[in-house]
Design a protein around this ligand. Structure first.
Ligand code: ADP
Ligand code: MG
Length: 909
């Protein structure tokens, strides 16, 4: 496993220890995390100083910093002695400590006894148990939030002898500390921990106010070490709640048996009766065999007890079909949390609750109650809505679409959409994945996991939120609905966004039987002019090329066809063509070297046997030496049936309508995947400053101009030189370079120039003073007047953000100024941004030519734009409280080689 430092805040990248023989060095190697160490005792001995000498310790820190610099880490784990006593370390890294003798006893959310002396204090205070802890170091070093707590060590009172007992318990705490250190390393390496802007710890996307609490080292083992594969490929299955009376459980047993599941299937019901030939038992514990997976279909009030029994029995995977959890309210939600802790306690993995189950056709495993025969094939369908899944399966039959895996996710209590990505990537049967999602849990992880996939992903996402144009008041808000965030996320990860079930099926058919393509050169073989033109137009619109058949190929092909044929591109063999003429044309086109893919379109006159035409085209393609995707359409519901049926059997994508071949072909294009981008943590001092500004602001309000400018400064986003003036007298002392601009800063004024609150080109102090006086008189309750130097001439851009409550913020860039809404020329990127992504965002803008130099203008530096957008992305990731950000305009200053913000507005939520 590679160390993760690609995007998400607070991920481990390096380990440092003062003891090269420490156990963590070994573990770090195992987890692929870079590790460095310097022996503190040796280091100090060489200097001839004691290890408690602060000057020696500062030098030690410096040496450590130099060693670690090459990893460009965001965070480091300090294992062993707490040596990070200097600000040099804390300013550079997010620091995680696990050190000997450190224990945590939480009282009212605080750790009253931390550090090596904690054991004595805890014993004095009669603490009932001791626990080792791993925590983040913050500016107060040991006071950061706890990431993990070890098993409890119970203390027996009264103590026999204080000193003896102190030593005994210290040894035990240290032993726990060692176990904790390696586990926290693994969790960090997996990117499971995150700390939000309030400094609260989250584990696997869920709030964990006291960190991950370990009750027993054998329970709650990391997900990576659980037997997740048993969910999709169990050797034995029990269906709990299956009886002879009918119902869901019986339906599941029927599917397992009908689909010829090779392993044993057991039915569990009160009577212990057999169900459809599956041996019956009255409880799961009564089954005298090992069970890999249990399907739970009992009423919701019985689920927790059943799950507990499964855990005790050693079941490793659960499919909880039963509904009545999170989706029904507070009580259901609480029960779902209880179910989750049972699943974790017994190291199980679970799908659901409230789902339709899972099918793995290659393993003949159908643990659903779906009443539909599923054809084997290469499409994986992962759906959040059971009903929609069933509808897709129904349309699929019509379109001869076969499936490898089908998962109904339900409430995603344990297994989420993201968790299935690596499973499907490793599945040799799966060639394309369809996701139907209403929401995306942990979008950063989803984006990362999807970016790593080679298997193409189609996403149908519903539930566009109401957030957007009408609710927002800034420019950015009105330009960007939250759907732009979804789009930005899928663009970055190279996911294909589908707008309808039909579009999804069209693409899935193509991707499940044809290879992906890089090139865009398309050959079109047709037997009729009209649809040929329709398809050619659609190809043009979709950005494909249609080069002519090379002349020497035309010369040999033409004599083989009917005289009325045309052999350029489209190659039109005309209606009366014989099958062998289709074959000749298909082979010649494929071997011409001019194409990356071949489309064929047949609109048959009544006399033509479309089956023979289809066979001829396939034979032609087989005879060709060149391999490339072939996509076909046989128009006409009944007269073309034979052609379509032949193609379906031959596994060549075939569509009923000519215009469907273009989206099919488009889905074969290898999508661009962008680098994950690099999240850069601010140096701690700037981070503290930035958070203070945001924390001090009222929810739903705009920051004052001064606060907003300070925030930009913390994230190295340049702004024009300016000064805030509160009185007329201060205007006389302005040290800025004239001419200047005066702008009113007032909590209730959003668009300053709309109310006459911006005056540009003030030539001298007199004019400035006059304007300040006028503004302060006219706008009562103002924060002051911002005096600003004049911006250089240049294209005014807008840089902003769009936020989705669930997916986070995305960076926007486009043509700015006071006319932004009229042109709506903007593009979005999901942060963290990479240079490649920024360049493509600019590519999508109509105003791109203004940026690259237009009519003698020099154009702007793309490096400078990349820097600004990256910094804005980092700011949005670091401060999720930013509801709206609007830098409008920003202008390129060639002298500084940087973009400078002329105006800024930041709304806090
Ligand atoms: P608002 O957007 O609230 O109306 P701005 O500060 O964006 O206020 O100013 C409006 C317009 O005035 C800008 O789009 C820009 O064209 C112009 N402007 C503002 N400040 C300057 C400046 N310092 N130099 C040159 N032009 C400016
Ligand atoms: Mg503005």
């Amino acid at each position: 496993m590679a160390a993760q430092k690609d995007g998400c805040p607070f991920e481990i990248a390096a380990v440092f220890t003062n003891n090269p023989a420490a156990k963590c060095v070994e573990k770090a190697k195992e987890y692929g995390i870079p590790c460095e160490s310097i022996d503190l005792k040796d280091f100090c001995a060489k200097l001839g100083k004691s290890i408690n000498d602060m000057e020696a310790r500062a030098q030690f820190d410096q040496a450590a910093l130099e060693l670690l610099e090459k990893y460009q880490a965001d965070a480091i784990l300090l294992a062993g002695y707490v040596w990070a006593t200097t600000e040099a370390i804390l300013n550079r890294y997010l620091v995680v400590n696990v050190h000997p003798g450190d224990l945590s006893v939480t009282k009212d959310g605080h750790r009253p006894y931390a550090g090596a002396d904690g054991v004595a204090s805890a014993l004095n205070d009669k603490a009932p148990y001791l626990r080792s802890s791993a925590h983040l170091a913050n500016e107060e070093l040991d006071a950061g939030p706890v990431l993990m707590l070890s098993e409890k060590i119970p203390v027996e009172y009264p103590l026999a002898d204080f000193e003896t007992d102190r030593k005994k318990y210290l040894r035990q705490v240290n032993e726990e500390g060692r176990k904790l250190g390696s586990r926290v390393l693994l969790e960090l390496a997996l990117g499971n921990f995150a700390v939000d802007a309030q400094g609260k710890v989250h584990h696997q996307g869920r709030p964990a106010p006291f960190g991950l609490e370990i009750e027993n080292w054998n329970e709650n083992i990391p997900l990576a070490e659980r037997r997740t594969e048993l969910l999709v490929k169990p050797k034995s299955v029990a269906v709990i709640g299956a009886s002879s009376k009918g119902g869901l459980g019986q339906a599941v047993v029927r599917n397992l048996i009908d689909d010829k599941f090779p392993g044993p299937v057991y039915a569990v019901n009160v009577k212990g009766e057999d169900v459809l030939g599956a041996k019956g038992f009255s409880s799961i514990s009564a089954i005298p065999a090992e069970i890999d997976l249990a399907v739970i279909t009992v009423p919701s009030k019985a689920v927790l007890a059943v799950a507990e029994e499964c855990g005790q029995k050693g079941v490793k995977a659960l499919i909880c079909i039963t509904a009545g959890f999170k989706e029904v309210g507070a009580e259901g939600k609480a029960n779902e949390e209880k179910l989750r802790s049972i699943v974790n306690k017994y190291n199980m993995r679970a799908i659901g609750p409230n789902c339709m189950g899972l099918i793995n056709t290659a393993a003949d495993f159908n643990a659903t109650m779906i009443d539909s025969k599923i054809a084997k094939g290469h499409v994986a369908l992962i759906t959040q809505s059971g009903a929609l899944g069933a509808a897709i399966l129904d349309s699929a039959k019509e379109m001869a679409l076969g499936f490898s895996t089908i998962v109904s996710l339900g409430n995603q209590m344990d297994m989420s959409a993201t968790d299935f990505l690596p499973i499907l990537e490793a599945d040799p049967e799966t060639r394309v994945i369809i996701f139907y999602l209403e929401g995306i849990i942990n979008p950063v992880e989803f984006c990362k996991a999807a970016s790593r996939m080679k298997t193409p992903i189609l996403l149908l996402k519903s539930g566009k939120t109401a957030f957007g144009a009408s609710a927002a008041s800034s420019h950015t808000g009105s330009l960007a609905g939250s759907d732009s965030v979804v789009q930005a996320l899928v663009d970055k990860a190279g996911i294909l966004r589908m707008n309808s079930v039909e579009e999804c099926c069209i693409a899935a058919i193509a991707l499940s039987s044809m290879p992906q393509i890089e090139g865009r050169r398309v050959g079109l073989l047709t037997n009729a002019g009209g649809p040929g033109i329709l398809i050619s137009d659609a190809l043009y619109e979709a950005g494909f090329e249609m080069p002519s058949v090379p002349e020497e190929v035309q010369k040999t092909l033409y004599p083989q066809l009917l005289p009325e044929s045309s052999v350029k591109n489209p190659v039109d063999v005309v209606a009366a063509a014989k099958p062998e003429q289709y074959a000749a044309a298909a082979a010649a086109m494929m071997d011409s070297g001019a194409y990356d893919a071949l489309l064929m379109c047949c609109v048959p006159p009544a006399t033509v046997d479309t089956g023979a035409v289809a066979k001829a085209v396939c034979d032609g393609a087989k005879a060709a030496k060149n391999r490339m995707p072939l996509i076909s359409t046989f128009f006409g519901p009944s007269i073309s049936l034979a052609g379509r049926e032949y193609m379906q059997k031959a596994k060549v994508p075939v569509y009923e309508f000519p215009e469907q071949v273009v989206p099919a072909l488009k889905s074969l294009l290898v999508p661009k995947k962008y680098p994950l981008g690099e999240y850069r943590r601010l140096p701690t001092a700037s981070l503290i400053r930035a958070k203070k500004i945001v924390k001090g602001a009222q929810k739903g309000n705009y920051l004052s101009m001064t606060e907003a400018l300070n925030l930009l400064d913390a994230f190295k986003i340049d702004a024009l030189k300016s000064a805030m003036i509160k009185t007329e007298a201060e205007a006389a002392q302005s040290a800025l370079r004239f001419p200047v601009v005066a702008k009113i800063d007032h909590p209730e004024i959003v668009h300053k120039s709309d109310v006459g609150g911006v005056k540009i080109g003030l030539a001298d102090k007199d004019e400035l003073q006059k304007t300040v006086k006028e503004f302060l008189g006219k706008f009562k309750g103002a924060n002051g007047v911002l005096v600003q130097e004049m911006a250089p001439k240049g294209v005014e851009l807008i840089v902003g953000s769009s936020r989705d409550p669930e997916l986070g913020s995305t960076v926007m860039v486009g043509l700015g100024g006071t006319w932004v809404e009229i042109f709506g020329d903007v593009a979005f990127g999901y942060p963290p941004l990479s240079r490649e992504l920024v360049l493509d965002m600019v590519d999508r803008l109509k105003c791109k030519r203004l940026l690259t130099g237009y009519r003698g203008d020099a154009g702007v530096s793309m490096e400078a734009l990349t820097r600004t957008l990256e910094n804005v992305g980092n700011m949005l990731l670091t401060l999720p409280e930013i509801e709206e950000l609007d830098l409008n305009p920003v202008i390129y200053d060639p002298k500084l080689d940087a973009f400078v913000a002329v105006d800024v507005r930041i709304k806090i939520n």
